[in-house]
Every structure is written in structure tokens, then in C-alpha cells.
Design a binder for this molecule. Sequence first.
Ligand SMILES: Cc1ncc(COP(=O)(O)O)c(C=O)c1O
Length: 389
Amino acid sequence: MLTSGELIALEDRHTSGCYQKRPIAIVRGKGAHLWDADGKEYIDCVGGHGVANVGHCHPRVVAAIREQAERLITCQESFYNDRRAELQAKLVRIAPPGLERVFLCNSGTEAVEGAIKLARLATGRAGIIAARNGFHGRTLGALSATWRSEYRQPFEPLLSGFAHVPYNDLTAMEETLDQDVAAVILEVVQGEGGVIIGDGDYLRGVQGLCRERGALFIVDEVQTGFGRTGRMFACQHHGLQPDLLCLAKAIAGGIPMGAVLLGPRVGELPSRVHGATFGGNPLACAAALAAIRTMEEESLPQRAAELGAYFLSRLQGVDSPLIREVRGMGLMVAIELKRRANPYLAALMERGVLALSAGPIVMRFLPPLVISAEDVDAVVERVAEVLEV
Ligand SMILES: Cc1ncc(COP(=O)(O)O)c(C=O)c1O
């Protein structure tokens, strides 16, 4: 086995360069713990960027992948398949009411891309309203809905017809949502944007405006979905009934998958209007069924609500002049600092805790929902150490 240093040198030789990498090579995971190639153990509060909700290598997910890999790995959606049929039914059962059809794809950006296309198709309109500070992915359609100029500017011109309005500001939405708008796309909690929590009245207000003015309401739960915020979907905190719900990340226990759930206002879709070769492949569907069953049987959304509240209250007790605010929903937790977050994330990593940023000054914690209270205590202790001045 190569050491971390050797693996880093090897990967650095041929990697694209698109990622800002951290200097450790992760080779093994179990639950909320990861190990690097030198055997050092970490408490994982990155969770594969919000993917590993059921924990790394959950035995049920591992068994489902193994069993399905021996039976059938690929089957494009022009044929029917047992696992896909089961998964579509399962997603509809757990989703907010009214979302009765499912388009399966392979990532978050692809789910958003599909939702934008289908909203334009269903309404015959071109406009899309997104929120300032929002993040929806990096392919050209999703990127057009994403806010930060760092991501957008090198690729301009992006798609036309996109507008960005301030988040949690219903008046701005009212002024912008006109007869040319096909859809509004929003996150329930802006994740990459700094863990900014959407206000329930605002989100319901936007949904009402969409209904009134003939636009569709797209909710992007790529990051908040599957228990992260303390309910299976963050929409459920506010009684939202989106017309299109975008999902990905945690859906399949770590196997790449995305989905768009479709409500009645999307209408009938003509065949061949959209598609994806790998969409709904049986291996990912089997993994998703196992992951969702695990979330239900281990009551992971409820666990996220309880442990998230505990985590938040412990962090709020950390006395450091570097902290501007601690906020979160379920196990989507953030500390906004008065300084840049990266040096403190590096110091946490030194102490065996992996966490991520959300913009320049926010430390973000997206642990697997199976993390123990003892691990949360250990994380808080180390956060207090690195933020001590
Ligand atoms: C809310 C949201 N939408 C879309 C995406 C894009 O997902 P992916 O990286 O799988 O394309 C992300 C990724 O972080 C996200 O947080």
C-alpha cells in the first residue's frame, strides 16, 4: 500500500487541477469515521459533501450493491427493471404529496438541468428566477441558476432568461415573477451559500406566487434531502408542495444518482424529450433502496433533528471572539467566522476532524447522520481548541 505522500504525488501528476485538494489520501471509511493511507483516523463532518448520510460503507448498502452487481448492473430506461420500479414507487411514497413521477439521472447538477428543461417545456416560457447566494450545480443550465461570480464568470455568456433575486425577500420575488417566468428555483437551506436558512412564510409565499402566475416551483433538495435537516425532505418542515423536486447526493448511499420528482403541473411529457444513458441503472437503484430503507429503519431524519440540536447548542457554547454566528438545521451546521475559514479547517484536520467551508468565512459540518454524540462532543472540543485566541 502506498503512503499518503506517495498517493498524493501520483494523483497530482494527472489530476485535472479543478479541485482545491487537501493533503491527505482517504482510503477507508466506516460510519462517521475515515482513515488515510497512513492509518490516521478522522471524524468525518464532510460526509462526502453531504452524500454519506447513512454512514460510510453501511452494511445494508454494501450487501445490496454486491447482490445487484452479481445479477444486473446496467439496463437503460428504455427497458423496464425491477429495482427501478421499486425505487420510483419508494421515492413517491416518501416525497411531499403530489410528486408522483420520477426522472432518474446521475448527479445534482443533472437533476437541476432536467428540472429547468422540463419547466420550460411544460410552461412554454423561458424565464428562470433563482436566488442570490444559491448554488445549483456547474453544468451550463444549473450554473446559470447558481449565484457566485467565481463559478459563473469564466464561462459567460451563460443561458439567457435567468434572474437572481435576494433570498428570503418575498417583495423582490413578487416584483420579478412575471408572465415570462417558467420557474422559480430555490433551496430550502442555502448550503454552499453559507447555510442560510429559508423562512417558511417566504418559501410558502413563493410557492403561492408561482401557482398564481403560472410558473412552476422547483425546490433543490440536492443537499438538504434524505434526512439532513431533521425531516426526510426539508420541504416537509414548511408543508411545501413543489412542482419539481431535485434530489441527488445522499439518495443512493454514496453511489452516483440524481432524481427529479414531478408534480401534476408538469403535465404529460412526450417521449424522447429528455434522457440519460445511466439514469435509473439497477446498481444505483438497488443502493438507493437500501440507503432509504436504512434512513427509515434507523430513524435517521429524527436522529439528525436531535443530534443537530445538540451539536448546535454545544457549538453555541464555544466562547471565541472569532465566531460571528452559529446556525443550522438538523445536521447541517455552520459557524460563521470573522476571518477566513480555511486555516481553521486545516487546523481541525490536523486534530483529526474533517469539515468543509461554505463560502470564504463559514465552517460547515455535514456529518453522516449516524455520527455518535461522543463524536459530536469530540468535534466541539476540537473546534473550541482551534478557535481559541
Ligand atoms: C443545492 C445543490 N444543488 C446542486 C448541487 C450540484 O450537485 P452535483 O455536485 O452532484 O452536481 C449541489 C452540490 O453541492 C447542491 O448543494
